[in-house]
Design a protein around this ligand. Structure first.
Ligand code: GLU
Length: 446
C-alpha cells in the first residue's frame, strides 16, 4: 500500500447497531490494522429528527464490546475533528462555496443548492465488485425522466448525505471507502463530486448484503440483527467477531474458527464474496460454544465475571476458576453460567423436582450413607480416586455404578444434570461433600 491507509466507519445513529454495520466496521478495522493504517469513527448525524442518544451509545458500546477500537473519532479525538457531522457545518459551507464559485453548483428556484451533474460516462474499479462502467449521460430518475441535478443542501439549510459524506472523506483523508453494497448505486454521484472538487476519489469496496436463510434481505427486526442482542445474550465477543467476519468474507479454505490476529493476517478484498451473505444464527451459536470451550481460562473468567456478579456469585479467582473450568464444556452462553454453578456457592441450594424424585427413590439414601462412609477418609481426594472408589463400592454391592452416581450428584448439587460427578466432588472438597450428603439425607429421610 503506497499511501498510508485511512479508513472509516460512518454510521448514522438512527437505530441500533446492526450486524451489517458491525461487519462494515470490522472490515474497515481489520484492513486498517493489517496495513498499519488509521481507523476513523465518524458519526453521520445530519438527520437531526431521526438521531437518538441511545443509538449513538449503542454504536460506541457495540464497537467497544467487539474490540473495534477507533484511532480517531468521538472520545478518541484526532486531527480531523469534530467527528460528528452535525458540528461540521462550516466545513460543508466552504466546500459548497467552492462548487458555486466554480459554476458547479447553483441555488434553484426553491432555494435548494444543487450540484450540476456532469452527465458523462464514468468508470471505476471496486475492490469487491470489480470494474464498473456507467454512462451517466443517460441516467434517469425513477419515472424515466433525465436525472435531475443533485440537491446538496435543502432549502431549509439541511445538508444532504452524499455531499457531506464526500466532503468528510476528503477532509479526513480517507483512502478506502469500504461500505455496504446498498451504497454502490450512490458511488457514481460521489465520484462526480470528488471530480468537481478536484480531488482524486478514494478506492471503493462494497461488501455484499446480509440475507436471511430464505434469501430475503435481513432487517433490523430479525433475530440476531442487533449487536446488543449478543452482548445481552452472553456471547463471547471474539466469537461474534469471528462469525461476522465470515459474513461475506472467506479465508479461501475451510477454516471457520479464526482469531482476530488470524483475521488481520488473512483479510483481503479478494476473499470478499460478490454474492449476498447468508446469516445463520445457529452457526454463530456454534462458534460461540467453541470459543467458550477453548478460550484461555483467564479470558473466560473475565467474560464470566459480570454474569456471576449479576447473579450474586462472588469469589476470588482461585475459587472461581476451577468451578468455571468444570462447566465450560457444557455452557453455550455465558448467561447460563449462574444456573450451572450457583450450587457451588451456597449450602442452601434447592433440590429441583427431578433431583428430589431421585433422592426419594427407595435405597437412595442408603447409597449416600455407604458412599459417605467410603469417602470419609479416602486419600487423595481427587476425581480419579473418587471414581475408582465409587465403582468398587458398586461392585461390592453388586449394583451398577449409576445406583451411586445419581444419588451422589443430586445430593451435592440439587440437580440431575451437571459437570462430571467426580470432578465436581473434587472441586467441592471432602468437607463440603460430606456435609451435603448429610443435608440431603436429613431433607429426604423418613
Ligand atoms: N452513514 C452512511 C450509512 O450509515 C455511511 C455510508 C458510507 O459508509 O459511506 O449508511
Amino acid at each position: 500500500m503506497s499511501s498510508k491507509v485511512r479508513v472509516r466507519f460512518a454510521p448514522s445513529p438512527t437505530g441500533y447497531l446492526h450486524v451489517g454495520g458491525a461487519r462494515t466496521a470490522l472490515f474497515n478495522w481489520v484492513f486498517a490494522r493489517k496495513h498499519g493504517g488509521t481507523f476513523v469513527l465518524r458519526i453521520e448525524d445530519t438527520d437531526i429528527a431521526r438521531n437518538t442518544d441511545e443509538a449513538m451509545q449503542a454504536i460506541f458500546d457495540g464497537m467497544r464490546w467487539l474490540g473495534l477500537d477507533w484511532d480517531e473519532g468521538p472520545h478518541a479525538g484526532g486531527q480531523c475533528g469534530p467527528y460528528f457531522q452535525s458540528q461540521r457545518g462550516a466545513i460543508y459551507e466552504r466546500y459548497a462555496q467552492k462548487l458555486v464559485e466554480g459554476g458547479k453548483a447553483y441555488t434553484d428556484e426553491a432555494g435548494a443548492l444543487r450540484f450540476r451533474l456532469p452527465r458523462q460516462p464514468l468508470a471505476f474499479d471496486d475492490l469487491v465488485c470489480g470494474h464498473i462502467e456507467i454512462d451517466r449521460s443517460k441516467s434517469q430518475s425513477r419515472d424515466g425522466s433525465p436525472e435531475a441535478d443533485m440537491t446538496i443542501r435543502r432549502a431549509d439549510g439541511g445538508w444532504i448525505f452524499h455531499f457531506v459524506n464526500v466532503v468528510d472523506d476528503i477532509e479526513m483523508g480517507i483512502t478506502h471507502v469500504v461500505r455496504g453494497e446498498d451504497h454502490l448505486s450512490n458511488t457514481p454521484k460521489h465520484i462526480e463530486l470528488y471530480q468537481a472538487l478536484g480531488v482524486e476519489p478514494p478506492q471503493f469496496g462494497h461488501i455484499p448484503l446480509i440475507l436471511n436463510k430464505d434469501g430475503s434481505k435481513m432487517s433490523k427486526r430479525d433475530q440476531g440483527a442487533a449487536v446488543g442482542s449478543y452482548i445481552e445474550g452472553g456471547y463471547a465477543p471474539e466469537a461474534v467477531v469471528n462469525y461476522i467476519a465470515l459474513l461475506g468474507w472467506s479465508p479461501k479454505d475451510d477454516s471457520e474458527k479464526l482469531s482476530v490476529d488470524e483475521l488481520i493476517a488473512r483479510f483481503d478484498f479478494s476473499g470478499v464474496n460478490r454474492k449476498g451473505a447468508h446469516f445463520d444464527l445457529e452457526k454463530c451459536n456454534w462458534l460461540n460454544a467453541q470459543y467458550l470451550m477453548h478460550l484461555p481460562m483467564d479470558r473466560y473468567l473475565a467474560l464470566a465475571l459480570p454474569w456471576l456478579e449479576k447473579a450474586g456469585i462472588t469469589g476470588d479467582d482461585a475459587t472461581l476458576t476451577p468451578v468455571l473450568a468444570l462447566v465450560r464444556e457444557k455452557v453455550k452462553f455465558l448467561t447460563e453460567l449462574p444456573d450451572w454453578i450457583g450450587f457451588f456457592f451456597t449450602e442452601e441450594y434447592p433440590f429441583l423436582p427431578d433431583a428430589e424424585e431421585k433422592l426419594r427413590k427407595p435405597g437412595a439414601l442408603d447409597r449416600i450413607a455407604q458412599l459417605a462412609e467410603a469417602y470419609r477418609a479416602i486419600e487423595p481426594w481427587d476425581s480419579a480416586t473418587l471414581e475408582v472408589k465409587l465403582k468398587e463400592l458398586a461392585a461390592t454391592h453388586g449394583v451398577k455404578a449409576a445406583e451411586f452416581v445419581h444419588p451422589a450428584r443430586t445430593a451435592v448439587s440439587g440437580k440431575t444434570v451437571g459437570p462430571s460427578l467426580y470432578h465436581m466432588l473434587e472441586v467441592l472438597g471432602r468437607e463440603r461433600v460430606l456435609k451435603r450428603f448429610a443435608r440431603a439425607t436429613q431433607t429426604f429421610a423418613g
